[in-house]
Design a protein around this ligand. Structure first.
Ligand SMILES: [Ca+2]
Length: 276
């Protein structure tokens, strides 16, 4: 989406110049197109790690921390706090250039060991109802184990066994339903590239919708909630955990904010107007 937004402005300039003469009407129309496109892209993007009924409850770009230090120091753009859990020392913030930043120049790196307890990072909000969405980027290098390097879970009250659902992947990189022991071979993670992970769950529902977007395209499947916890009272807020028993490194980053995409498009349109 970023590339499409960026590409719109130079293309607009070129198309408004014919035989060395500028066409003001063409430029104006392209400005309108650029602004409309910016709004459309903004409405489609999911930039936030976690929202509840549309409100941010957690967001971290990992850009404000000193590499090697945990947790990230929140800046004004970030919402909520998180803490390393389990063998939490395995987590760090890196700018080492591997695998290459998806957003900005820093991301969360898990240097994880096989076995239990898993390394986790946890964050929680006071929200206890509504539709929870999470979107983030996930990178698994070649050579890392396929077996559950990433788990993403939604807890009822912070107690491990009270989780509503958990998603991860197994050998073959198929989306795996932790609570019910089922793999979905139609939804696959891909190694050595950023995978966009989107999860949407309405608290109390029986399933969560998961979309994994990578070089295979956008793949959608469901994860079933743990039956005993469907409709259970939620007393402790909504907790999320990333954890891993992988023997190797994984990387997590944010997805660029819709606001910044809109500003890119709007800025391009305004620049065209100023050149009239
Ligand atoms: Ca980042």
């Amino acid at each position: 989406m970023m590339k499409k937004c960026r590409g719109a402005s130079p293309g607009s300039i070129n198309s408004s110049v014919k035989n060395g003469k500028e066409n003001p009407m063409s430029r104006f129309l392209m400005s309108v197109v650029a602004m409309v496109a910016a709004v459309l892209f903004a409405s489609q993007a999911q930039a936030l790690l976690v929202t509840n009924d549309g409100s941010q409850v957690f967001f971290d770009t990992f850009e404000n921390g000193t590499p090697g230090n945990l947790p990230d120091t929140p800046d004004t753009s970030e919402v909520g706090t998180w803490t390393p859990g389990g063998t939490g020392a395995a987590w760090t913030i890196t700018n080492a250039g591997i695998p290459g930043a998806y957003s900005g120049s820093q991301y969360l790196q898990g240097n994880l060991s096989a076995g239990f307890p898993p390394a986790r990072f946890d964050f929680a909000s006071a929200a206890s109802s509504g539709t929870v969405k999470s979107a983030f980027m996930y990178y698994l290098p070649t050579g890392a184990s396929d077996f559950a390097p990433l788990t993403f879970r939604l807890f009822v009250n912070g107690v491990q066994n009270d989780r509503i659902f958990g998603l991860s992947h197994l050998s073959g990189l198929a989306l795996y339903d932790e609570e019910n022991g089922a793999s979905n071979g139609a939804v696959l993670f891909v190694k050595d590239e950023w995978n966009k992970v989107e999860v949407e769950y309405t608290i109390g529902a029986a399933t969560a919708a998961v979309t994994i977007t990578n070089s295979l395209g956008a793949q959608t499947g469901n994860i079933n909630a743990k039956a005993v916890n469907v409709g259970a009272p939620i007393t402790g807020g909504v907790f999320f955990t990333f954890s891993s028993t992988n023997n190797g490194a994984i990387y997590i980053d944010d997805i660029p904010e819709p606001a910044s995409l809109a500003l890119v498009g709007l800025g391009g349109a305004l620049m065209l107007r100023r050149k009239r």
